[in-house]
Design a protein around this ligand. Structure first.
Ligand code: CU
Length: 255
């Protein structure tokens, strides 16, 4: 009896701690720096998850939009987005041949996700930049409602480099925006305490932030903005929308 009670308590507690930690839409590529090998294929994977904890995967329906921008030109890739088998509405995959030189910005607008634990909707506008060499368009804006404009080139980064960016809403800087940072924890590192899982930084008065990535691998930056806009949930009530401006970058060890 005592055991069951403590298991039930433990379970409830772990659910609470999961929902208290950060959700991120994750877009990563099998490689993000190519050397102008035209026609090379890049494979992308997309989930809605807790990157440092390696899960759980949260429900992610077919997004509202998914595309790529190259030299200012956008191509809709939604029809080329496949569900990974066994992970329906959880994990998505797309591959794309890079036919020309330059920078390719892949971006997604997910459908609003209702998070009962936080009584709000979450929409994470997320992007990552892949280069095929000779690129100078890495800071071009996709034009998302909220977006991070990189001030550091978002590829070809060494471990310990600072990643810098500006948080924008409708193209204007967001002073003192809060940015959550998480490492996609592919090595299963253990955090000594929950406070280490999500790093939290703030932009300065000009919306500019900086973070040094202490480990090789993928890093997600999520600027979270609530501007009072709401959406109606299934219960007929209005709930606020958390708009996330996310960018994923990869750091590599200098060897
Ligand atoms: Cu979650």
């Amino acid at each position: 009896m005592k055991n069951i009670a403590s298991i039930a308590f433990g379970l409830a507690f772990s659910l609470v701690s999961y929902s208290a930690s950060a959700h991120f839409v994750e877009i990563t590529a099998d490689k993000n720096v190519l050397g102008g090998d035209n026609g090379k294929e890049v494979s992308l994977e997309m989930t809605f998850t807790h990157p440092f904890e390696n899960g759980p995967l949260m429900k992610m329906e077919r997004p509202k939009s998914f595309g790529v921008m190259h030299k200012g030109q956008k191509t809709d890739l939604l029809s080329q987005l496949d569900q990974v088998s066994g992970f329906e509405n959880l994990k998505w995959h797309a591959s794309q041949k890079l036919k020309r030189m330059g920078d390719y910005t892949f971006y997604v607008e997910p459908v609003p996700y209702f998070e009962p634990a936080e009584s709000k909707f979450i929409v994470h506008y997320t992007k990552t930049v892949v280069t095929n060499g000779g690129g100078d368009a890495w800071d071009e804006l996709v034009g998302l409602p909220v977006e991070i404009q990189p001030l550091s080139r978002p590829y070809g980064l060494w471990t310990n480099n600072a990643f810098r960016g500006i948080v924008l809403q409708d193209g204007k800087p967001v002073p003192f925006a809060e940015i959550e940072v998480e490492h996609k924890n592919e090595d299963n590192l253990k955090a000594p305490n929950d406070s280490f899982i999500t790093q939290v930084i703030k932009a300065d008065a000009n919306g500019v932030f900086s973070y040094n990535m202490p480990k090789a691998g993928w890093w997600g930056f999520a600027a979270l903005i609530e501007d009072g806009e709401t959406l109606k949930a299934e219960d007929g009530k209005d709930y606020v929308i958390e708009k996330g401006a996310l960018i994923w970058v990869k750091a590599e060890d200098m060897k």
